[in-house]
Design a protein around this ligand. Structure first.
Ligand SMILES: [Fe+2]
Length: 281
């Protein structure tokens, strides 16, 4: 008999106390990464299991960040580029390109196929403070919702929520549920959450709006609980990689001048690597 290892069976939902207790599993250095296949496997395993991993001691520039990520996965090319670098200079009509507070979200809800992973590296922050990032495990929150309010969970798996992104030469639009469940296995396969990219909500009749928003409010209350969030300052030298189909990210407002670099990774390239390494089937 062939025993198949589904991605979901190796996932560990986490809240703040659990992820902090497992932090050593999530961290490696660039020197270890470039010299060891075991470390490559460790990072991919952390990304499958917890949806987040860190590479420390990376020189704070785009070239070395790209080298670190390419050791694991090819960057995904979008209209932001392959490697992207952003500050508060508004090169794109995206909220990331500001100094504002950004609540927990996933990226690319407007793409037909949202990036599977995202990497971020703060390569410079001078003359100011703030900008701490915070992360929350959407898998944990969705399972909590399913347990305590099955009706709200069902509504969020069924209602398609439209999102769009418009700038000069670009018009991306996609509609899908906030919690996407595999119709056969019932497993949670993708979480989508971005109030900044919402489009005209024309996918359900007006009469169903109240139920949707009540369910959404209950879910957001779980997602935003302080005990479910992991908050820290990303300093130059540390690359964080996280699952954009699972882990919500946000950041506090900041002052001064800050530059972030990073890239997206396609879901299929992430899972391909995990299969090659024997982590999932
Ligand atoms: Fe984002």
């Amino acid at each position: 008999m062939v025993i198949r290892v589904q991605e979901s069976t190796v996932r560990t939902p986490w809240n703040q106390s659990l992820i902090k207790a497992h932090e050593t599993h999530l961290r490696t250095t660039l020197a270890e990464l470039v010299s060891s296949e075991v470390i490559v496997r460790k990072i991919v395993q952390s990304l499958i299991r917890y949806g987040i991993a860190f590479i420390d001691d990376v020189p704070p520039n785009t070239t070395m960040t790209e080298m670190a990520v390419r050791r694991l996965f090819p960057p995904m090319k979008t209209f932001f580029g392959e490697m992207y670098t952003f500050s508060d200079v508004q090169d794109h009509a995206d909220t990331a390109y500001t100094k504002q507070y950004l609540g927990l979200h996933t990226d690319n809800t407007y793409f037909c196929d949202a990036a599977g992973l995202q990497s971020l590296h703060c390569i410079r922050h001078v003359n100011g403070a703030g900008g701490e990032n915070f992360f929350a495990d959407g898998l944990y929150a969705a399972l909590e919702l399913k347990h305590c309010n099955p009706r709200a969970f069902e509504i969020l798996t069924r209602v398609s929520v439209p999102a769009e992104y418009i700038e000069e030469g670009q018009y991306h639009k996609h509609s899908a549920p906030i919690i996407r469940v595999d119709p056969v296995s019932g497993e949670i396969v993708q979480l989508r959450l971005n109030v900044y990219d919402r489009a005209v909500f024309d996918s359900i009749p007006q009469a169903q709006m109240q139920d949707f928003y009540e369910s959404f409010r209950v879910y957001l209350e779980i997602v935003q609980r302080i005990e479910n969030q992991w908050s820290f300052k990303l300093n130059p030298g540390t690359v964080v990689i996280f699952d954009n189909w699972r882990v919500y990210h946000g950041r506090h407002a900041y002052t001064g001048s800050r530059t972030m670099t990073g890239c997206y990774v396609q879901r299929t390239d992430f899972l391909s690597k995990a299969r090659i390494l024997g982590i999932i089937d």
